[in-house]
Design a protein around this ligand. Structure first.
Ligand code: ADP
Ligand code: MG
Length: 621
């Protein structure tokens, strides 16, 4: 008894994905089974989690299992679970679209992969499109699902050709059944209609799944149930019993990532706080690293009983890339998320996990760490201003390019080792463009002294330097804001006195566009630049704020003039001999324009600039 059958088109991005999946050269097709089993296992987890607060949804059906049934003659394969199931609307929302938050990124990645004409596992994995992988092996997929607590069921069907049908239907038991009509067997391909093939795939990819994966097999004409997986919780086993492959497979099951992890950390803590943990650092950042809907972090178990997914209370946000399992035997089984936050045991575990992860990162080999840093460095940096307690440890992990490192990343520790004997402070400059930073006039005086400058192009670096202040007792100072105290003692005040009147004059001619005109401590070869006071917002910070729609109070900049430059001495001579010379106003404006242009800014009156420069050139040529 089915209701009216509705036909829908897949969202564009799904159509493109399906096209790629079906025509892809992807060789490891067997993983479709892992994906469907993972979904089934997730669905049972979800049911059990919800049942903690709504016991009635469980009903009598508590023999949790995942069933596989294969019909070799008709080439059909069924995967069923008695998990949470899906309502009509949930099927529409979950099957037929791609995680909403990632659509734009997905389309971008898709474009890229289309050029190469292959669907890489990285791509599939990154976007959690696990279910669709079944189209690699199926000519038609039928999904029948009945959500916990509902009376009617829903039937979804598609041949992966751009459309699917959906209708209400009936189903005896709660949960989801997926029926694959397998493609005709091709030369050299694995036959997924064969029992022994399926048995091998399950033990290779899904052995540790916490629920029995049961296949009905024919033995001497009789049907018999066989459990295909050992269900051994990997994290509860001792390290030397678990193979590298098992660790990897478990990671893929857990994280919905198809790539191997970068590394893992497996340990047992004993004492006052007891727990088992198996943590992974992924090798690639997921597309939604900075999205709000991100999930699949650390799972919490109590004596191997699943408690919750993505337990944010166990891992701070700046370590949100860590995946894994924590099993704490002393935990109250009925904890809610609200209680977790205040739970002392959870707080202790969290503290301890942070330490373990930071130590793991600190002890990584250089190459591995650089891979990690490239993918997750931006996230880790958030810890510098969020986690006061571990600030120094995180600072040890920071890496930057510098004015002297030739594109290589160096640590603050190395920076200090490389410091010149008389150098007192650590210098940095922020901005969005590496080339511009390296060539910034603000660095001239520092370069002249052969001091190294950290080049920071990550928006979060602005916050990092603000909360770091110093490292190993050395002050961290902006190369762009405030005065550099490089030659404090040598500065000849009398010499500067000669320019003081000129500075006041230039400022008055600039209609208060700058808050001060002064002698530069930054410049060596350039004639002028703009800077800020030490506690002003940096030019880059201002740009970032504006880009996010933030309101920035207009802070006037300081125009710095290089008193050692012949242009400034000549203007000064002109000024001293005739203060009413109309050219002085033009030159004042010109100096400001040059300073703006040299930091990539827009000048107020380009036509006037053009004219003044042309006149000067004509006179000089
Ligand atoms: P992911 O598992 O990474 O979320 P999938 O494409 O594998 O992506 O599945 C999409 C969504 O469909 C799942 O998040 C889940 O909400 C739903 N789903 C898939 N299979 C099942 C199932 N067996 N039972 C309940 N819901 C399911
Ligand atoms: Mg999945």
């Amino acid at each position: 008894m089915e209701s009216k059958i509705e036909t829908h088109s897949f969202k564009t991005e799904v159509q493109q994905l399906l096209h790629l999946i079906i025509n892809s050269l992807y060789s490891n097709k067997e993983i479709f089974l892992r994906e469907l089993i993972s979904n089934a296992s997730d669905a049972i987890d979800k049911l059990r989690f919800n049942a903690q607060t709504q016991a009635e949804i469980l009903g009598a059906d508590t023999n949790f299992q995942i069933r596989i049934a294969v019909d070799e003659k008709n080439r059909t394969l069924e995967i069923s679970d008695n998990g949470i199931g899906m309502s009509y609307q949930e099927v529409l929302d979950n099957i037929g679209t791609i995680a909403k938050s990632g659509t734009a990124e997905f389309m971008k990645a898709l474009e890229q992969s289309k050029k190469q004409d292959t669907l890489t596992p990285e791509l599939i994995g990154q976007f959690g499109v696990g279910f669709y992988s079944a189209f690699m092996v199926s000519e038609k997929i039928t999904l029948i699902s009945k959500a916990a607590g509902e009376d009617t069921a829903v039937k979804w069907e598609s041949s992966g050709d751009g459309e699917f049908t959906i209708a209400e239907t009936t189903k005896d038991s709660r949960g989801t059944t997926i029926i694959l009509k397998l493609k005709a067997l091709e030369e050299g391909e694995e036959d997924f209609a064969k029992e022994w093939v399926l048995r091998n795939i399950v033990s290779k990819h899904s052995d540790f799944v916490a629920y029995p994966i049961v296949m009905e097999i024919e033995k001497e004409g009789k049907k018999e149930d066989e459990t295909l997986n050992s269900m051994k919780a990997i994290w509860a086993r001792s390290k030397n019993e678990v193979s590298e492959d098992e660790y990897k497979e478990f990671y893929k099951h857990l994280s919905h990532d198809w790539n191997d992890p970068l590394t893992h950390l497996h340990f047992k803590l004993e004492g006052v706080t007891e727990y088992d943990a198996l943590l992974y650092i992924p090798s690639r950042a997921p597309f939604d690293m900075f999205g709000v809907e991100r999930k699949h972090g650390v799972r919490l178990y109590c004596k191997r009983v699943f408690i919750m997914d993505d337990c944010k209370e166990l891992m701070p946000d700046y370590l949100r890339f860590v995946k894994g399992v924590v099993d704490a035997p002393d935990l109250n089984l009925n904890v809610s998320r609200e209680i977790l936050q205040q739970d002392r045991l959870v707080q202790n575990i969290r503290k301890n996990l942070i330490k373990k992860v930071l130590d793991l990162l600190a002890n990584m080999e250089k190459e591995q760490f650089e891979t990690f840093y490239k993918e997750f460095g931006q996230v880790l940096k958030e810890g510098v201003y969020i986690d006061r307690e571990n600030k120094d440890k995180i600072a040890d992990l920071l890496r930057y390019q510098t004015s002297k490192s030739d594109g290589k990343l160096i640590s603050l520790k190395d920076y200090i080792v490389n410091m010149k004997a008389e150098q007192q402070e650590i210098y940095y400059i922020t901005g969005d463009n590496m080339t511009m930073l390296i060539n910034s006039p603000h660095l001239e005086a520092l370069k002249d002294k052969d001091y190294e400058v950290l080049l920071m192009v990550d928006p979060v670096d602005e916050w990092v330097v603000q909360s770091l202040n110093e490292y190993q007792g050395k002050k961290i100072r902006s190369a762009e804001k405030g005065d550099l105290e490089l030659d404090k003692d040598k500065k000849d005040d009398k010499e500067l006195e000669a320019f003081r009147a000129l500075f006041g004059f230039v400022k008055s001619k600039l209609d208060d566009k700058v808050k001060e005109v002064k002698a530069s401590t930054h410049l060596k070869d350039s004639v002028c630049c703009l800077s800020g006071d030490a506690d002003d917002m940096s030019a880059y910070m201002e740009k970032l704020f504006k880009a996010t729609g933030g309101k920035v109070p207009e802070v006037k900049r300081i125009l710095e003039l290089n008193t050692n430059h012949p242009v400034i001495s000549k203007i000064n001579q002109m000024f001293e001999s005739d203060r009413d010379n109309p050219k002085l106003k033009d030159y004042s404006e010109l100096l400001l324009d040059i300073a703006i242009i040299s930091e990539g800014g827009k000048i107020g009156n380009p036509a006037k600039f053009n004219k003044t420069v042309a006149e000067l050139m004509a006179a000089a040529l």
